[in-house]
Design a binder for this molecule. Sequence first.
Ligand code: ZN
Length: 351
Amino acid sequence: MTDTLIPVFDGHNDTLLRHVMNEGTTKQVSFFEENKTGHIDLPRARKGGFTGGLFAMFTPSKYDDTSGVPFDPEDPANFAEIDQLGALNFTNKMFAMARKFEKESQGDVIIARSVAEARSAMAEGKLAMIMHIEGAEAIDADLKALEVLYASGLRSIGPVWSRKNIFADGVPMAFPSSPDTGSGLTDRGRELIKNSNDMGVMIDLSHITEKGFWDVAELSTKPLVASHSNAHALSPSARNLTDKQLDAMRESKGLAGLNYHVAFLREDGAHDVDTSLDVLVRHTAYLVEKLGEDGVALGSDYDGCLVPSELKDVAGLPKLIQCFRSAGFGEKLIRKIASENWLNVLERTGL
Ligand code: ZN
């Protein structure tokens, strides 16, 4: 398609979850072979220029469900609160899956513990994974699991997913809706933010309520980052960011990662994969206007969402880059959005 691939560092995917859920079933596939299912495997990552990203460990409310029934956003059981030990056990499975990728790759995939490690791996054509927890249920009230997970390589935490836990309240997948849907940080949540700040662990604000967002904005000493959320002004989902939130993020030298989920992109919120890539470009341009050229990046949500059929999977990334070019984005800005902004904000966060 184009001469050289633009390297991409992406803010969010659920590839580890997909591999853990499918393990031992007929859906199990190898990460090292090109598959027709799912969004990310190593061969397709290479085709798309995807050389690094935050790899999420997300424990579904029905984490022990082996029925294979696809996630239904209308089913309240998918948003039920979960227990810490069950979440920790399930998180261990996803962390072990990342280690398995690293070991079996024989040097082609690494768990990066710092931005310096990620940069050098990416420069050598390796895939750099930075470990992230989406919803901190696996972490106990005394934060002992935080220490252990950090020692294993964890470098980013979304305190809450779209369900309540001991740290904060999450936003539902409501549409249309303001993100001001519930309460903010608890006292334990404040301790989690302070400890994460001190350790150099990024706090991810995608999925937190607006109250929780402002609580973190007041308390955190680090840039305000939402790894996979779009502009509420263009798609009024509770999962997206209001102009006021974007202003605060800019003030903190923070960042938003563009989410490819059609329901968070479209102005009608429909779950329709027949969605033009122009909509992704519109959100990106809007976010650049609000956050500046250093504050916008990619946060695909691959393997956890419905992407526009034209983009299809991670091998489709050059199409998105081409759309940015066609819309008049310069090469320098494109490279910032594709990878540099993520690496720089992680560095500003202390990684
Ligand atoms: Zn998410």
